[in-house]
Design a protein around this ligand. Structure first.
Ligand code: NAD
Ligand code: UDP
Length: 308
């Protein structure tokens, strides 16, 4: 098939492109290099790399069978730095990707997020939960634009009969995350490797459920091919506190870094764990790589990055 991937030079997008290319598909990769880099996705036959901003209308010559809309900065640090670009990628970018899908008669999968649940009042979070978000808070450029991208996807399906899926991705980590990305896993690994204190925000008792990238990529591709049209959670349902994550990183790196507490991030969700019942039933999805193994795999690449 001929497949368009937006956000293809980023962390998730580049792994997705690698998996699709390996499966024999032709890839049209789009990215504006705001938080990604083409080094993540080396040139090869069957892969076209286009440096474009998908918040502007996008054009592709020839047939397109599938579109994955993954373009958006995804770190709370980016929400503070470039909130307008974040909102644009998930509103204008989603609009343009959906129009491209409509024009080409392609199935599209929209990368949504567990952030649509906000600071959830139920746990684990099933797809039926409507969430608890702040429309004008420090994370709203992301939360609310992702919620809009879901609403827009549904509107295209209702009005035009678009073939579209929505994946709510929970915290995912792995090789190729930027060292200075600001998210917990790359920050903790980076500080541990440098023997610097590990900055745990707040009391560290807030929870997340961290998925290794290969598990999520496999699930995203399965969702694309399933034809499923409603939002679907993907991730790993092994829930840990952020203090436990810090300890796991210290163990994985053999570091002597101390843990230090720094001020809590405003509106930081207290708990997050996916209810994966639907993904298991629908796709036979099962996250296979636990935190210890996934951190070791991530670490092997980061040590190389630090040495270079
Ligand atoms: P990332 O920052 O590594 O990748 C995002 C990519 O999108 C970057 O290469 C960036 O340059 C590109 N981009 C941003 N705005 C663009 C625009 N307007 N036009 C073209 N390209 C643009 O982040 P990631 O973690 O790989 O996230 C990828 C997608 O997955 C995002 O949509 C994100 O919201 C979603 N997601 C990620 C996670 C996670 O834990 N990693 C969780 C939930 C959802
Ligand atoms: N966090 C932290 N120190 C950091 C970065 C993040 O303690 O340097 C915490 C953050 O407060 C949150 C959790 O780790 O509770 C996950 O943060 P991340 O930015 O990775 O993802 P998100 O908040 O988007 O789930």
């Amino acid at each position: 098939m001929r497949i368009v991937v937006t956000g293809a030079a980023g962390f998730l997008g580049s792994h997705l492109c690698d998996a699709l290319h390996l499966a024999g598909h032709e890839i049209v990769a789009m990215d504006n290099l705001s938080t990604g880099r083409w080094d993540n996705l080396p040139a090869r036959p069957g892969l076209t790399r286009l440096t474009v901003d998908v918040a502007n209308p996008i054009y592709v010559e020839g047939k397109v069978d599938r579109i994955f809309h993954f373009a958006s900065p995804a770190s709370p640090r980016d929400f503070a730095r470039v909130p307008v670009a974040v909102a644009a990628a998930n509103s204008l970018g989603a609009w343009n990707a959906l129009h491209l899908a409509k024009e080409k008669g392609a199935r599209i999968v929209m990368a949504s997020t567990s952030e649509v649940y906000g600071d959830p009042l139920v746990s684990p979070q099933p797809e039926s939960y409507w969430g608890n978000t702040n429309p004008v808070g420090p994370r709203s450029c992301y939360d609310e634009s992702k919620r809009f991208s879901e609403a827009l996807t549904r509107a295209f399906a209702l009005q035009y009969g678009s073939d579209a899926g929505i994946v709510r991705i929970f915290n995912t980590y792995g090789p190729r995350m930027r060292r200075d990305d600001g998210r917990a896993v790359p920050t903790f690994l980076d500080h541990a490797l440098r023997r610097e204190p590990i900055p745990v925000q707040g009391d560290g008792l807030q929870t997340r459920s961290f998925a290794y990238v290969a598990d999520v990529v496999a699930g995203v591709i399965a969702l694309m091919e399933s034809g499923y049209a409603s939002p679907l959670n993907l991730g790993n349902d092994e829930e840990v506190t952020i203090l436990e994550l810090a300890e796991a990183v210290i163990q994985a790196t053999g570091s002597e870094s101390p843990i230090v507490h720094v001020p809590a991030a405003p509106d930081d969700p207290r708990q997050r764990k996916p209810d994966l019942t639907l993904a298991r039933r629908l796709l036979g999805y099962e996250p296979r790589i636990g935190l210890r193994e996934g951190l070791a795999a991530t670490l092997s690449q980061r040590e190389g990055q630090l040495a270079s």
